[in-house]
Design a protein around this ligand. Structure first.
Ligand SMILES: [Zn+2]
Length: 315
């Protein structure tokens, strides 16, 4: 079965009405409404997310990463099939199961390892990138170049999920109510095995998790602990973890990020910021957030204009 064919009629998510982030637990629809055509697609002030969000298929160009995780695009992206022996893709309505082939291969490999070593049936995959990468209408500043992927912290069930379930099922909250540690009722040794397996992949540069999850990993990791340095506390990431790989070899237009500084990042000083009260309980802002068009096409690397203009890749 060609999963890409199924995805073609599915345009962007039904969460369109919400200007807030498309979080792992946000629901989608099995019958998403296509985005309306743009009145003025050449408007220089238009957010590039409006253009990239309307591309349903990758550019028919050789695979090629352009720009930075939070400011770029990808040509010739590959789809992760929506079903594998040891993985299933969630929120299909978002059409974000696209990435550099190295990331697709990594997720397939990781899922097999998690099945074998953690004893899970497999993994659930959240957002990767759009077919041509670029900024997104909902959620994520990064995920623009096909080198980022979200994996749910909820084991894959031992059966194939329906389309409805893939839109509706929620990921499990892993963080305890006081935000200072994981919830022991849901955190398992398999979680450490899965995150460690991802971090030990040589191409993985960073993994983002909630600080409480990093704290649990620091406490529980036995033997080789060198991988802990790749685990970076980040806001959100209570329900999923985020894998970021380095620029693939030979990607001349890919803008790399420096490796995380050395060390495990497990000291009290490393956690001080994340566990202080003002971080855990930020003051709600008094003003409603202003809608922002986000980065424009002119602000992206020039080569992203070619990616956007290229014909659809044949599926
Ligand atoms: Zn992410």
């Amino acid at each position: 079965m060609n999963s890409r064919l199924i995805l073609i009629p599915l345009l962007l998510s039904a969460i369109l009405a919400s200007a807030s982030a498309a979080l792992a637990q946000d629901k989608g629809s099995v019958d998403p409404k296509p985005l309306p055509p743009l009145a003025n697609p050449k408007d220089p002030k238009l957010g590039a997310k409006e253009l990239f969000g309307r591309k349903v298929l990758p550019a028919a160009m050789p695979t090629h990463v352009i720009g930075f995780y939070a400011k770029g695009c990808i040509a010739g992206a590959e789809a992760l099939p929506i079903n594998g022996d040891t993985w299933q893709v969630m929120r299909l309505s978002r059409n974000r199961n696209w990435a550099h082939p190295d990331m697709v291969a990594l997720l397939e490999r990781l899922s097999a390892k998690v099945h074998k070593e953690a004893g899970w049936p497999g993994i659930l995959i959240g957002d990767m990138s759009q077919p041509r990468g670029g900024p997104m209408i909902t959620g994520h500043a990064s995920h623009q170049v096909g080198l980022d992927a979200d994996v749910w912290l909820t084991p894959m069930p031992d059966r194939r999920l329906s389309r409805e379930e893939r839109e509706e099922v929620s990921a499990v909250m892993m963080v305890r109510a006081d935000r200072l540690d994981v919830d022991p009722a849901v955190w398992t040794p398999g979680h450490l095995i899965m995150i460690r397996a991802a971090a030990q992949e040589p191409s993985v540069q960073r993994i983002f998790v909630n600080a409480a999850i990093k704290k649990a990993l620091c406490r529980e990791a036995k033997g080789d602990r060198s991988w802990l340095g790749k685990i970076r506390p980040m806001y959100g990431h209570d329900y999923h973890f985020h894998i970021r790989i380095k620029c693939p070899p030979g990607s001349k237009e890919c803008e790399s990020q420096p490796d995380p500084e050395s060390g495990e990042g497990c000291s009290a000083a490393d956690f001080a910021f994340w566990f202080k009260d003002s971080t855990i309980h930020p003051k709600p802002s008094t003003e409603p957030p202003k809608p922002h068009p986000g980065i424009t096409l002119a602000q992206l690397p020039a080569a992203c204009r070619k990616v956007l203009a290229a014909p659809d890749a044949k599926q």
